[in-house]
Write a protein that binds this ligand. Structure first.
Ligand SMILES: [Fe+2]
Ligand SMILES: [Fe+2]
Length: 133
């Protein structure tokens, strides 16, 4: 397995844990498709799904933070912007077929694992106190 979801990635909010688990699943699917050298259409499809689902998740977190007045909202959003920009960038690269998939997947996996453990986990007690568990 390329990335293995475990307790250390738990953020204490079920919806977001479920989102994160699905992101891990998509990253693993993409890693498998690269390793097995599946046809590029398949790889493209998974990458597309990973990008779309990433945006859905980032939006959901930001909406919840805004709705509940999360104090570190601006900084958190800034960090999300790095992934948003990377997704926009790979859409452009994909259009011109110049994409280096393995390097991109390494970046994506590194970003998510770091972001979840270092940044997302900081909102756990805040959301729990607001009744989001
Ligand atoms: Fe986040
Ligand atoms: Fe997250």
């Amino acid at each position: 397995m390329f990335v293995d979801w475990g307790k250390k990635y738990g953020v204490g909010v079920q919806t977001f844990d479920t989102h994160h688990m699905h992101l891990f699943e998509l990253m693993n699917n993409l890693a498998d498709a690269i390793t097995c050298n599946k046809e590029s259409l398949k790889k493209k499809e998974i990458l597309e799904e990973l990008g779309d689902y990433s945006l859905i998740h980032l939006d959901a977190e930001e909406k919840a933070m805004e709705a509940h007045g999360y104090p570190d909202y601006e900084n958190h959003k800034k960090e999300h912007m790095v992934m948003r920009n990377r997704i926009a960038e790979f859409h452009e690269q994909q259009a011109s077929e110049t994409i280096a998939l393995s390097a991109l997947l390494d970046f994506i996996a590194d970003w998510w694992t770091t972001h979840i453990t270092k940044t997302d986990r900081r909102y756990s007690s805040f959301f729990n106190e607001k009744g989001l568990k």
